[in-house]
Ligand binder design. Structure first.
Ligand SMILES: CCC/C=C/C(=O)SCCNC(=O)CCNC(=O)[C@H](O)C(C)(C)COP(=O)([O-])OP(=O)([O-])OC[C@H]1O[C@@H](n2cnc3c(N)ncnc32)[C@H](O)[C@@H]1OP(=O)([O-])[O-]
Ligand SMILES: NC(=O)C1=CN([C@@H]2O[C@H](COP(=O)(O)OP(=O)(O)OC[C@H]3O[C@@H](n4cnc5c(N)ncnc54)[C@H](OP(=O)(O)O)[C@@H]3O)[C@@H](O)[C@H]2O)C=CC1
Length: 298
């Protein structure tokens, strides 16, 4: 079954898109949606099994997909992957810097190496991907970049490292917009709040429980879906967003704006794109609506 995108079929038929972290979660969903709209999508990450498994499900759907193994903290690996993409697919028109992550810990308990690890992954990794894409293709031919960050306007308690790194990416997005627009490059960021999917299930159960317990603090009364993130990324990459440059889209259901709870039951309809989602009982049981997502399969 094809991905149920809201966008026009064939919208990305001339595009070659690289999605880092495209083997799982939000990246996998973005890869499915872009490919369903005609793009040749290359998914990248460290673990080859995850890439192969997502590539297979995309091939089964009839999509054009390729994989490249890389660690976004390693510039040599990034350059090798980009050389491979340009030589095999002829161009790189879209880059989605989605790979990232962090661990939860009080700031006082983050070791110097723990801090460096998260900054290296999120801020330095994203920077190196942008820099390398500029030199490999986009500086000469133009392109569109979307950086996935995290809703960090007010900081993120117990994730000081990632909040600082993501704020850095949002600021980097502004500078690169100004410097690279003359090269035909458009760059924006998207900052998700809590999204139900593979990412949340990678945390220790205590962190998951806290996240699950706090869902009611969101004015939208629920957490987001991977498809809702993907939909906005696809829009930012699309020709319709041609005059949007250098911004960060906050996608958190309004959480960053609220100081208290407004409602417990969500009245905001869910969009899931028809893609199955990797999650667990902890999140599934909170909302009947999410069970619907778990059941829908490609
Ligand atoms: C908006 C908020 C919601 C966001 C949701 C998502 O993003 S979901 C989607 C995202 N998905 C994810 O985020 C996936 C989950 N996260 C991860 O896989 C990892 O946390 C990683 C992304 C940092 C990569 O790690 P790696 O394999 O490269 O690193 P390593 O293991 O080699 O450790 C390096 C240093 O960090 C230290 N350290 C590590 N963990 C902890 C801890 N719990 N406590 C304290 N410290 C910790 C470790 O001790 C060491 O320092 P030391 O001892 O030498 O001084
Ligand atoms: N889920 C949520 O609630 C939120 C997620 N985000 C951000 O959205 C993005 C996607 O997260 P999500 O899909 O939920 O979680 P996942 O853990 O499923 O995705 C993270 C992806 O990044 C890849 N990755 C991690 N480190 C590296 C690396 N060094 N080099 C290359 N690839 C790497 C992983 O693949 P592999 O391990 O094979 O390398 C994995 O595919 C992340 O940046 C995350 O921090 C932000 C806010 C909230």
């Amino acid at each position: 079954m094809a991905y149920k995108s809201i966008f026009k079929p064939g919208l990305f038929k001339d595009d070659v898109a690289l999605v880092t972290g495209g083997g799982t979660g939000i990246g996998r969903c973005i890869a499915h949606e872009l490919a369903s709209l005609g793009a040749t999508v290359i998914i990248a990450g460290r673990k080859i099994e995850k890439l192969q498994s997502t590539a297979q499900e995309m091939r089964n759907a009839g999509y054009k997909v390729d994989i490249t193994q890389l660690d976004i903290r390693n510039l040599d690996e990034i350059k090798k992957s980009l050389n491979y993409i340009i030589s095999k697919h002829g161009k790189l028109t879209c880059l989605v810097n989605n790979a990232g992550g962090q661990f939860a810990a009080p700031a006082s308990e983050i070791s110097p190496n723990g801090w460096k690890t998260v900054i290296d992954l999120n801020l330095n990794g994203t920077w190196m991907m942008c820099w390398a894409a500029y030199h490999a293709w986009m500086g000469e031919h133009g392109g569109r970049i979307v950086n996935i960050t995290a809703a960090a306007r007010n900081g993120i308690p117990f994730m000081a490292h990632t909040a600082a790194a993501r704020a850095g990416i949002m600021n980097l997005t502004k500078t690169l917009c100004v410097e690279w627009a003359p090269h035909g490059i458009r760059i924006n960021s998207l900052a998700p709040g809590t999204i139900v999917g593979s990412g949340m299930t990678r945390y220790p159960i205590s962190v998951q429980q806290t996240a699950a317990d706090n869902h009611w603090m969101n004015p939208s009364g629920r957490y987001g879906t991977e498809a809702e993130v993907s939909s906005a990324v696809v829009y930012l990459l699309s020709p319709g967003a041609a005059y949007i440059n250098g911004i960060t889209v906050r996608m958190d259901g309004g959480r960053d704006l609220s100081k208290t709870s407004f409602q417990r039951e969500s009245k905001i309809p869910i969009y899931d794109g028809g893609l199955s989602v990797e999650t667990n009982e902890l999140f599934m049981k909170l909302w009947g609506d999410y069970k619907q997502i778990g059941k829908s399969k490609l």
